[in-house]
Design a protein around this ligand. Structure first.
Ligand code: NCD
Length: 311
């Protein structure tokens, strides 16, 4: 298995073979994570630092568990409480941590491009846990693993990505990954939330959700990212739910075995009906969370292997 990368900054840099290598290795960790003894020692002796400059529940917990299950020493930096508050720059903080010889640095930051910049300044492997509206590669990989397991393949599927696409790094990384694996992608949302440039990735754009959902295999919903909006992107939440919220009626237009996905956190009753999200016959939202740990274990193992070989 070859994976010739020093960092995991985005899906953009990965080939279809790289993506398959991560997913195949992740499958072995899905099995490990279902056992009562979940320990492996592939990262034993290594230090992993998680630096989250933006709030996170599942991504941070998932990276922390992934590192611990692989035997790494894991430290979570609470960036709200750190010297950042005292005005230290991102790069100064990174250089300070770098001097403590971490092997893996997991970074989430509100600015697009911040994680790439940081990766140029440190000697360890950097994993992007989400930078602004840019990329969230491990989310796209965990989504890909979830789809591959549910549908038995990761190519020639009709996949709808719906909602607040404009502000979503999840949408962007998924669009790139699913496109590389030769799927047909539809973007569904109001024109204010689906910027025209996304059609350049080869996706079809729909503002009528009923039209867009016809015969799709996968329905991927996105959260309305209010924290990234600075004006009137939607008329009202009620109106938004009526037109773009996923309920059983709209899902009825997709294929009978279409799966429902959401990266979390969900706004129930805004972009998705709560009971549909909880319906284990249609929704794979909990599987997505489960796959997240396995995919992060796989990504960290591959990067750590490369570091050892380079040393
Ligand atoms: C996403 C994120 O942070 O980009 N969440 C996640 O990582 N599970 C999506 C979101 O915040 O809506």
């Amino acid at each position: 298995m070859s994976f010739a990368h020093r960092h995991l900054l985005g899906i953009e840099q990965l080939s279809p073979a790289d993506i398959t290598a991560i997913l195949d290795l992740a499958e072995t960790y899905v099995a490990l994570n279902r056992q009562s003894a979940k320990h492996s020692d592939v990262l034993s002796g290594l230090t992993q630092i998680n630096m989250f400059f933006e709030n996170s529940t599942r991504t941070q917990a998932s990276f922390e568990l992934a590192g611990k299950r692989l035997g790494a020493d894991v430290m979570n930096m609470s960036m709200q409480a750190s010297s950042i508050k005292k005005g230290e720059t991102l790069i100064d903080t990174a250089m300070t941590l770098n001097a403590m010889h971490p092997d893996l640095l997991v970074v989430r930051h509100p600015h697009s491009g911040a994680v790439d910049l940081l990766a140029q300044k440190v000697n360890c492997a950097v994993l992007n846990a989400g930078d602004g509206r840019h990329e969230h590669p491990t989310q796209a990989l965990l989504d890909a693993l979830t789809i591959r397991r549910a549908k038995g393949r990761l190519h020639r599927l009709n996949i709808a990505i719906c909602g607040d696409i404009a502000h979503s790094r999840v949408a962007r990384s998924n669009l790139i990954l699913l496109g590389k694996m030769e799927n047909r992608i539809r973007l569904i949302g109001p024109p204010t939330l689906v910027p025209g440039q996304f059609a350049a990735f080869g996706a079809e754009v729909y503002d009528d959700m009923r039209e867009g959902l016809k015969d799709v295999d996968v329905v991927m919903m996105l959260r309305l990212q209010r924290e990234r909006m600075d004006g009137g992107f939607i008329p009202s939440e009620r109106e938004y739910y009526h037109r773009y919220g996923l309920d059983r009626d709209k899902l009825g237009l997709a294929k009978a075995d279409a799966i429902v996905m959401h990266p979390g956190p969900m706004n129930r009753g805004v972009e998705i009906d709560g009971t549909l999200a909880d319906d284990i016959n249609r929704s794979v939202i909990q599987e997505q969370v489960e796959m997240g740990v396995a995919v992060r274990m796989a990504a960290m193992e591959l990067l750590a292997r490369n570091q050892r070989e380079a040393a």
